[in-house]
Design a protein around this ligand. Structure first.
Ligand code: FAD
Ligand code: DHB
Length: 391
């Protein structure tokens, strides 16, 4: 098999890249190790930055997003039983975010790809990228019980944190920056209308809690839990009782309970792999970097990477110049590090860190007070949340 761009992974990064290339008249093949149902049901991100929603629309994947996505003009910070709303458009010159689940983004892009795009092979597992530093990189993969080779002009590893693309970059050329956190998030989906019309990020002495949503009738909620927690160790009643405690306010706000349809635990990690390119192999999305979910940045970073790659390849086609491809890693990493910083700040602002000293806890409250009382501090949060510019 032969193609211009071999794409490993059909998460948001790989699927959007295939669409952007198709729209630019560049052919690609997408290899995805899982089946379609798995990719379409995997519960993950929920928040699209304004720039991400704009890219999806421009790519022709905005129809259902515009119909079903929920525009959000702010979030609430909750601490010390008090509530503070951050108004995004007022602080950022009109920017907002959209609540539209990653599962739905993937469904829309898969449908478009199967209807109009190049091959998208499910249950096709990439085994290795070979010849990354030659003019003829290849992906060895297994599909239908057979091993095959995809010959490419470029390979883009969009295969997530556990993928194999990264391993084709020699260790002596690589630097990894990493931080793990001694807690995770227990996430639930519940068939109950969200108890607030915007997201609520709550700092509590018992730990962080987040109220989000998937639609006007489905709530998505998260609880900070110790690292290594088993989701099944929490009964539904225990989850609701803990959420109620952490969201409690001095006014008459209440949390509506409903049937829990899914629960799982996500570990928290910050991770950056530098560089994001080696020869004709490019890394995009979680394959190159992970952020803790507190800032809702992971999916949005993946989108920024593939937009940068597609632009660079189109530039090379149109002008013959590889300058943007050569700058790919540098361009992406500038935005990646801003998102790493923002996600780290949001995580340490809102979580209860085991072993934190009373001094550090007072500082955490002072940071929250600063955001609630200074337009400059609040603007910094709003700019970070609604998104840093691509490239
Ligand atoms: P992935 O979505 O991980 O896709 C990689 C794909 O590659 C997968 O389909 C995988 O099956 C496939 N693959 C792996 N290995 C191979 C192989 N060898 N061969 C072929 N295919 C392979 N981000 C946000 O922006 N906003 C949020 O609100 C948010 N909330 C989150 C909440 C949770 C609970 C979690 C877990 C994550 C959240 N994120 C959020 C992060 C976001 O989900 C990820 O950053 C995003 O999925 C990255 O997309 P990706 O395409 O790079 O990788
Ligand atoms: C969701 C996830 C996040 O990490 C976040 O910061 C906001 C919302 C969600 O899944 O809805």
């Amino acid at each position: 098999m032969r193609t211009t761009v071999g794409i490993i992974g059909a998460g948001p990064a790989g699927l959007l890249l295939a669409r952007l290339l198709h729209n630019a008249g560049i052919d690609s093949v997408v290899l995805e190790s899982r089946d379609r149902g798995y990719v379409e049901q995997r519960q993950r991100a929920g928040i699209l930055e304004q720039g991400t929603a704009d890219v999806l629309r421009a790519a022709g994947a905005g129809e259902r997003l515009d119909r079903e996505g929920l525009r959000h003009d702010g979030i609430e910070l909750r601490y010390d039983r008090r509530r503070h709303r951050v108004d995004f458009p007022a602080l950022t010159g009109g920017r907002s975010v959209t609540v539209y689940a990653q599962t739905e983004v993937c469904k829309d892009l898969i449908a478009l790809q199967l209807k109009e795009g190049g091959p998208l092979l499910f249950e096709a597992e990439a085994l290795a990228v070979e010849g990354a530093d030659t003019d003829h990189p290849r992906v060895r993969f297994r599909h239908d019980g057979r091993e095959d080779v995809l010959d490419c002009a470029y390979v883009v590893g969009c295969d997530g944190f556990w993928g194999i693309a990264r391993t084709a970059i020699p260790a002596e050329l690589t630097r990894v920056f990493e931080r793990t956190y001694p807690f995770g998030w227990l996430g639930i989906l519940a068939d109950v209308p969200p108890s607030h019309d915007e997201l609520v990020y709550a700092r509590h002495d018992r730990g962080f809690a987040l109220l989000s949503m998937r639609s006007p009738s489905v709530s998505r909620l998260y609880l900070q839990v110790p690292e290594g927690t088993d989701a099944e160790a929490w009964s539904d009643d225990e989850i609701w009782a803990e959420l109620e405690r952490r969201f409690e306010t001095d006014d008459d706000w209440t949390l509506e309970r409903g049937p829990i349809t899914q629960k799982s635990v996500t570990p928290m990690r910050s991770y950056v792999h530098e560089p994001m390119r080696h020869g004709r192999l490019f890394l995009a999305g979680d394959a190159a970097h992970i952020v803790p979910p507190t800032g809702a940045k992971g999916l949005n970073l993946a989108v920024g990477d593939v937009v940068t790659f597609a632009r660079a390849l189109v530039h090379q086609r149109e002008t013959g110049s590889a300058e943007l491809l050569d700058a790919y890693s540098r361009t992406c990493l500038r935005r990646v590090w801003q998102a790493e910083r923002f996600s780290y700040d949001m995580t340490t602002l809102l979580h209860r860190v085991p072993g934190a000293t009373p001094f550090e806890e007072r500082l955490q409250m002072a940071r929250l007070e600063r955001i609630a009382s200074s337009r400059a501090a609040e603007t910094d949060l709003a700019e970070g949340y609604t998104g840093f510019p691509f490239g």
